[in-house]
Design a protein around this ligand. Structure first.
Ligand code: 5GP
Ligand code: MG
Ligand code: MG
Length: 203
């Protein structure tokens, strides 16, 4: 999609090459995902575990939809929330080192149905590492919802239980996904251009 057809914040006008997924399309897709998730979890309820920071938009939008379904369809899936923070990227490269920084006491997840809510799966290494950590606290079950999955030859083969969109092997920003902490305040999933990468480079 061409940039000028969408509401792009003025401060990012020169830093993007295209809109890959407009906010409206994301919204529709999340509605569907919420339905699939509610069907799978039922009255047992679930703990939605938000992977910060990039997962926060997807997390709040997905939970709103699940709450809406509970209301409108008379489904009742009790929701608890929890947060974990992972960091692996500097500029547009994975540092390879995945750090868990902060989050609640993971022991609280023992015996629970856990839904991990992530922004994007690239190589899949971050999620595999997180799943290893989570399995250590023995939840009843773990499912993963990722808004985006990249089609990349660097993939470890990992696939989440719920996927919003598959995207090509490019670096994207917006909808809470960042480039060195910028672009989280952009509603659409967009491709960053060279000017943007230079402007917001880490050094
Ligand atoms: P993986 O370990 O799967 O290679 O990388 C996963 C993490 O890298 C994601 O959770 C996300 O934080 C970051 N990441 C991967 N690809 C992109 C991208 O295209 N844009 C942004 N902003 N972050 C990405
Ligand atoms: Mg992430
Ligand atoms: Mg990031």
């Amino acid at each position: 999609y061409r940039l000028d057809e969408f509401c792009i914040p003025k401060h990012y006008e020169d830093d993007l090459s295209r809109v890959l997924i407009p906010a409206g399309l994301i919204n529709d897709r999340i509605e569907r995902l919420a339905r699939d998730i509610v069907e799978d979890f039922d009255e047992d309820g679930l703990v939605a575990l938000c992977v910060l920071k990039g997962g926060y938009k997807f997390f709040t939008d997905l939970l709103d939809k699940i709450k809406g379904l509970n209301r409108n369809l008379g489904r009742s899936v009790p929701l608890a929330v929890d947060f974990i923070r992972l960091k692996s990227y500097v500029d547009d490269q994975s540092s390879g080192n995945i750090e868990v920084i902060g989050g609640d006491n993971l022991k609280n997840l023992q015996g629970k149905n856990v839904l991990v809510v992530e922004d994007i799966i690239d190589t899949g290494k971050t999620m595999q590492k997180l799943l290893e950590i989570l399995q250590g606290v023995k939840p009843k079950c773990i499912k993963v919802a990722s808004m985006l999955v990249k089609r990349t030859p660097r993939s470890s083969g990992y696939k989440p239980d719920y996927t919003g969109f598959e995207i090509p092997d490019i670096f994207i920003v917006g909808y809470a996904l960042d480039y060195n902490e910028y672009f989280r305040d952009l509603n659409h999933v967009c491709e960053i251009n060279e000017a943007g990468k230079q402007k917001y480079a880490s050094k």
